[in-house]
Every structure is written in structure tokens, then in C-alpha cells.
Design a protein around this ligand. Structure first.
Ligand SMILES: Nc1ncnc2c1ncn2[C@@H]1O[C@H](COP(=O)(O)OP(=O)(O)O)[C@@H](O)[C@H]1O
Ligand SMILES: [Mg+2]
Length: 242
């Protein structure tokens, strides 16, 4: 479970998130929708623990992540995968090295064990044959798959965060990435947060949906619940996309 309680983030006098509450049950996917600049990536940074709210707290499986010891934080991070906007791969490394990098940095695995793990991950995302390619040789969809494999590098991923994972992809490729995200969720019972602008993709991957506007959560719940919302912004958003 991931829970944000009363989380407030501000830059200077500008409030980016204003007392946000969110709860994502274990094994579920929460989709966060909102305009550019509404604070979606900021929410992910709070969950990653790279940004500390000025007030409120972020709980992962009941533990306040700002109160973890360094060792506990490390262990928590090891079970959390982040797929950054645009994938953010290292262009000078091969696909295999991109996935291995995390394992070299965070584990004591031998080279042979790393190789086995990298192959398993790349097989899972359908890219084992691209292990020696450079990211620049891959399509946009393949690069996202590598980013997902890298985010899953931990032996037992528990939390996955995706920042606009399908932006810039064609509809077929977007669907295949959504299918992959669902497969990760099912296979590992991960608890997931997905930021997206795309309502079709949101419905494909989401169990729960949250709209952010003017630094606040204006609606959260199941698809049926948000579709019943009378909020004008949400009604416009849902009608524009359908
Ligand atoms: N390091 C920062 N310093 C100042 N303002 C920032 C910083 N990071 C983000 N912001 C501002 O916070 C707001 C929310 O950013 P972000 O969470 O990236 O939005 P989104 O992902 O919804 O597009 C934006 O207006 C952005 O300009
Ligand atoms: Mg963003």
C-alpha cells in the first residue's frame, strides 16, 4: 500500500501540492490525471523519497518513508521501480548494460548472476535479442520496454511508478506498453502509480483514478466514480478524450 497523507509541497511561496491525500492499495494501479504543471511528477518524487513534503507524510506499507533509516530507505528503494518520462536511458550503454547498471550499483550479484537476471528481465519485456543494441537503435516503444525492465531490476519489485509511459508513442505501441504494465502488476502484485494524459491508456492500466487541479485532488475513485463526477473540469476532460 502507498498512502499520501495531507502532503503539501511548495517551491518558495508557490504551493504545488496542497494537502493531498491518496491511497493505493497493494496490487492496484492508481492513474493520476491532470494538466501539465499540475504537480503529477511531483507526487511521484514524493513517493520515491527524492522530494520531501513541507508537511504531511508518505507511507509505504504503513511506514513513513521520511522516517526510515538509511538502510531501510535503501531496502525500500530497491523494491521500487521508476520509469521516467521519455524512458531516460543511458545512450552510451547497451540495452543489457542499461538494465545491469542498477544491479551493479545496488546488489552484490556476480557478473554471471547479473547477466542471468538481465536476460530474464529482457525476456519478460520481449527484448532479449536486443541485449547488445544501443538505445538509439531501438524504436520508442522498445526504449520504454527497456526502461520498464530496468525499473523491475529488483528481485521482487513491489512498487512501480510510471511517468507518462506512453507519451509520444503510436496507438498500437501505447497499447502494448499498457499490456506490459498490466503484466508486471499481475505477475509481481506490484502497487503502481501511473501518470498519463491519455484517457484510453488510463482506462487500460488503471484500477483507480485521481484528478489533480490547482494543487488539489479534485476527484479520486473507480472509473464509475469519476465518470459520475459533476466537476466541470473532469466532465470536460472526459468528454474531450472520448
Ligand atoms: N525544482 C523546482 N523548482 C521550482 N518549481 C518547480 C520545480 N519542479 C517543478 N516545479 C513546478 O511545479 C509545478 C508542478 O510540476 P510537475 O510536478 O513537474 O508537473 P506535471 O508533472 O504535472 O507536469 C510546475 O509548475 C513546475 O514548474
Ligand atoms: Mg510531469
Amino acid at each position: 500500500m502507498i498512502r499520501l497523507e495531507n502532503v503539501t509541497v511548495s517551491y518558495g511561496s508557490r504551493v504545488i501540492l496542497d494537502a493531498i491525500d491518496l491511497e493505493i492499495p497493494t496490487g492496484k494501479t492508481m492513474v493520476i490525471l491532470g494538466e501539465s504543471g499540475s504537480g503529477k511528477t511531483t507526487i511521484l518524487k514524493c513517493v520515491l523519497g527524492t522530494l520531501h513534503p513541507v508537511s504531511g507524510r508518505v507511507l509505504a506499507n504503513g511506514q513513513d518513508i521520511s522516517r526510515l533509516s538509511d538502510e531501510e530507505l535503501l531496502r525500500f528503494r530497491q523494491r521500487m521501480g521508476m520509469v521516467f518520462q521519455e524512458g531516460a536511458l543511458f545512450d552510451s550503454l547497451t540495452v543489457g548494460e542499461n538494465v545491469a547498471f542498477w544491479l551493479w550499483e545496488h546488489t552484490q550479484l556476480s557478473d554471471a548472476e547479473v547477466e542471468t537476471r538481465v536476460r530474464t528481465l529482457l525476456r519478460f519485456v520481449g527484448l532479449e535479442s536486443s541485449i547488445d543494441s544501443k538505445p538509439s537503435d531501438l524504436s520508442g516503444g522498445m526504449r520504454r520496454r527497456v526502461a520498464i525492465a530496468r525499473a523491475m531490476a529488483a528481485e521482487d519489485p513491489a512498487f512501480m511508478l510510471y511517468d507518462e509511459p506512453t507519451t509520444g508513442l503510436d496507438p498500437f505501441t501505447s497499447k502494448s506498453i499498457c499490456d506490459l504494465m498490466r503484466r508486471v502488476q499481475r505477475e509481481f502484485t506490484t502497487t503502481n502509480i501511473v501518470v498519463t494524459h491519455d484517457l484510453t491508456d488510463a482506462y487500460r492500466v488503471g484500477d483507480l483514478f485521481t484528478f489533480i487541479k490547482d494543487a488539489k485532488v479534485i476527484a479520486t475513485g473507480s472509473r464509475q466514480e469519476i465518470e459520475r463526477s459533476t466537476d466541470p473540469f473532469i466532465k470536460t476532460f472526459l468528454s474531450l478524450e472520448s
